[in-house]
Design a protein around this ligand. Sequence first.
Ligand SMILES: [Fe+2]
Ligand SMILES: [Fe+2]
Length: 378
Amino acid sequence: MTSGVRRSKSELYEELKGRPHIRRYREGDYRPGAWFDADPGTEDWGTWGTRAKPGKRGLTLMDINAADGVPVPDVGPPVMVTRGGAWRSDAPPRQWEVNDKYLIWSDNVVSLYEEGASRQWSATRDIPWESLTPLPPALERAYCQFMTHLASVEYTANDSLAPWAARINTTFHEVKFFLYQQMVDEARHSEVFRKRALAGGGGLGVSNAYIPGLPLSGQANPFRQKLNDDFNALSYFIQFLSEGIFLDNFRFCEFLAQTDVDRIIFGRVMQDEARHVSYGVMRLKYYLEHAPDRQAALDEMHAIADEAEILKQSVDMVNPQILEPLAIMAGGGVDRMEQGMDVYRQVWTKVVEEYLRRCDVAGFPRRDRTYLFHEPPF
Ligand SMILES: [Fe+2]
Ligand SMILES: [Fe+2]
């Protein structure tokens, strides 16, 4: 199968040579095209006279946005252009799937991106791996199991986000930058968890992000298809519900950590996750405040959240591959698993409460409707 664009090399070369501007260069005529003299705001030039001033941190996106004064439009144009730049009406259009600001914007996305840029870290260099001392065997085994699970589920975020980064109009570059950055963050999380499992004398446990024997716990669940079809479902499920729950679990893990390596890993990962969740919460708030039909948007979000909570709680939250290692880690050994589970029951209640608090912040009250149980079902 060919795309029909192939031809001989000599034909292609002649065609390129024959284009008007290339013929001009070949003839020694080096005057620049219309872009060089065109006025700002025309088809051949965007803006002029902007002088963005760097602040204490350097030149941020906030600095250039303040300087150029070009507003973020409610709807992006059907072209691939950086915001404020010109585009020729005779250029081929680029039909983006996501063109509406209200679907993707959040009031903190610009500063979150800058914060993320200044806090990038390396799983290779920034963890004091050489200081890692082995834990007692049962604890190391629990740790390795938990790390294996985390290394696996981190893929879910990226594999779900990746198609969306490509669908969003370039006018909203801050959102695209943020999603690209989040993907780098998630790759590093999977990397650091995998490295931790292999650095302490243990190894990789059972890598099963989905619960065995429950077919709808996996990719076959219709809600997972929705993540690919609806940005609301995607952003809410990944950046609000799931990452929020992970963030609160990581807080607990940082508290449990017995080595500097583990404390530092969870500390770093939490910083990243906090940005992803912060976007998720503020995006939902922006969406609910700016959707053309607010009541319809709210009703639709509640329906999405019903399904998402059911999936999240039935699969991730009660997955024995998370609960059991956490109970061993919290109890301090396999013989103290019961006490550890008691501790984790309290964490669960707090995790649910934190989630409902985020819903309140987003103007999305779920307290009377949520499928998440304050009282853990175990
Ligand atoms: Fe992550
Ligand atoms: Fe994340």
